[in-house]
Design a protein around this ligand. Structure first.
Ligand code: FAD
Length: 466
């Protein structure tokens, strides 16, 4: 007889494992199925965590090499890439094991294997040894995430033609790397390899990088990355990628139709990700997908089947770990009859380059499109004492507020610790704060957060330090 669970979560990524823990906290007998052999999903295994680890390590390498400019003389600085990769791998192992401990602590049954529907209430788990186990579920949450997409006709070999997964484990610093796509993953990975010594060329189809980002920030971002040595080729379309003995040739055309070849050691294709429903046998449960092959849900994350839900990258919305986590909690609470919900207007997005870029709420372009009257407050880190004291003063804070009510509608930051500073604005927005509320809040001196306060003051044209 199949073991029976009140809730089964398919996928152990940030959406799935968080959902499973919350379900167990709410008293459900819960199982979580994960096929990759370790928990934490894309995020912990081949996404957020290894990329942030490498961003940090490469930044440290870059900083130490340049310390003499600041009066600190060090000897010859050498890169030991394999040790650096081991350090990154250790961070991943510690965290994925940590999630396994959390599942155990919360009495969630962890099934290692590939889950697929036999029916609406029956899941088959195929383990590493190909042994099949069947479990029964009152409720099922699909949290199977996403996978990288390539260009038509081009396959990842993860040696020369890389997805983000391959770009996290290159064994030798490539002399030349082409990054196809100027989104956040391509720019983060491009930054890593540029700091470690690669000549990095970003080829982007659009005229600007990081689509969806406030345009003013995106322009400043590109300017700073260019200064760091990354080369940009905007409005270039990749026509083909041909591998040769020691790398590849990427052929592009620009908007005038001129052809250009990029000879390189490796190509990172970072043109997006697609929802992952492969092998789930969703037909057996009669689950509908939308036009982009995402699992279709209502606002309570319920599919067209009464007892089946979906969250995270596999459904509509930004592909971000914290969005998946919040949906995991909300759906668990909904299954328990509570009113779980996610406020999609206050989901921050962060790019972990140097400087960091962070955004929340509406961009200026969106407000224009909505015909909403808004005010702008801006403050440069050049006038922030902490940033100047440590010689890290690139970028600025931009706050957008409603022209009539002064309610904060969005904030966009580029600068030191932007990814941490954005949390203050998230809280402010959740509480429906005005820019004046932020401006009248005492901020410690000297901190980077004073730049947020000054930007808020500047909404009312009364910044003190500029
Ligand atoms: P996933 O994390 O993809 O987890 C789904 C899991 O389900 C996977 O482990 C998969 O093996 C498993 N699975 C799939 N099908 C089955 C099945 N049939 N049976 C059993 N298991 C199955 N987001 C951020 O917020 N911040 C960042 O800094 C960030 N950096 C990133 C960097 C990179 C290089 C990449 C690739 C992504 C990054 N992301 C980042 C995105 C983030 O990783 C995803 O948004 C997040 O992991 C989505 O969570 P999820 O739980 O929906 O899916």
């Amino acid at each position: 007889m199949s073991e029976k669970f009140q809730a089964v979560v398919i996928g152990g990524g940030p959406g799935g494992y968080v959902c499973a823990i919350r379900l167990a906290q709410l008293g459900f007998k819960t199982a979580c199925i994960e096929s990759r052999g370790s928990l934490g999903g894309t995020c912990l295994n081949v996404g957020c965590i290894p990329s942030k680890s490498l961003l940090n390590l490469s930044e440290e390498f870059h900083k130490v090499k340049n310390l003499s400019n600041k009066g600190i003389e060090v000897g010859e600085v050498k890169l030991n890439l394999s040790k650096m990769m081991k350090s990154k791998d250790k961070a991943v192992t510690v965290l994925t094991k940590g999630v396994e401990f959390l599942l155990k602590k919360n009495n969630v049954s962890y099934f290692k294997g590939h889950g697929s529907f036999k029916s609406k209430n029956e899941i088959i788990i195929k383990g590493e040894d190909n042994k099949e186990t069947s479990i029964n579920a009152d409720n099922v949450v699909i949290a199977t995430g996403s996978v990288p997409v390539s260009l038509p006709g081009i396959n990842f070999d993860e040696k020369i033609i890389l997805s983000s997964t391959g770009a996290l484990k290159i064994e030798q610093v490539p002399k030349k790397m082409v990054v196809v796509g100027g989104g956040y993953i391509g720019l983060e990975m491009g930054s890593v390899w540029s700091r470690l010594g690669s000549e990095v060329h970003v080829v982007e189809f659009l005229e600007h990088i990081t689509p969806g980002m406030d345009r003013e920030i995106s322009l400043e971002f590109m300017k700073i990355l260019k200064k760091q040595g990354i080369k940009f080729h905007m409005q270039h379309k990749v026509e083909k990628i041909q591998k040769n003995t020691d790398g590849a040739i990427v052929t592009t055309t620009d908007k005038e139709g001129n052809k250009k070849d990029f000879d390189c050691d490796v190509v990172l294709i970072s043109v997006g990700r697609k929802p992952n429903t492969e092998g789930l046998n969703i037909q057996a449960a009669g689950i509908e997908l939308d036009e982009k092959q995402r699992v279709k849900t209502d606002k309570n994350f319920k599919t067209n089947q009464e007892n089946i839900y979906a969250i995270g990258d596999v459904i509509v919305g930004p592909m971000l770990a914290h969005k998946a986590e919040d949906e995991g909690i909300a759906v668990a609470e909904n299954i328990a009859g509570q009113s779980g919900h996610v406020n999609y207007d206050t989901i921050p997005g962060v790019v972990y380059t140097t400087p960091e870029v962070a955004a929340i709420g509406k961009t200026e372009e969106q407000l224009k499109e909505m015909n909403l009257d808004y005010k702008i407050g801006k403050f440069s880190f050049m006038a922030n004492s902490r940033a100047k004291a440590i010689d890290d003063a690139e970028g600025f804070v931009k706050i957008l507020a409603d022209a009539k009510t002064d309610k904060v509608l969005g904030a966009h930051l580029i600068g030191p610790h932007a990814g941490e500073l954005i949390a203050e604005i998230g809280i402010a927005m959740e509480f429906g704060a005005s820019s004046e509320d932020i401006a009248r809040t005492c901020h410690a001196h000297p901190t980077f957060s004073e730049a947020v306060k000054e930007a808020a003051l500047s909404v009312d044209k009364r910044a003190i330090h500029s």
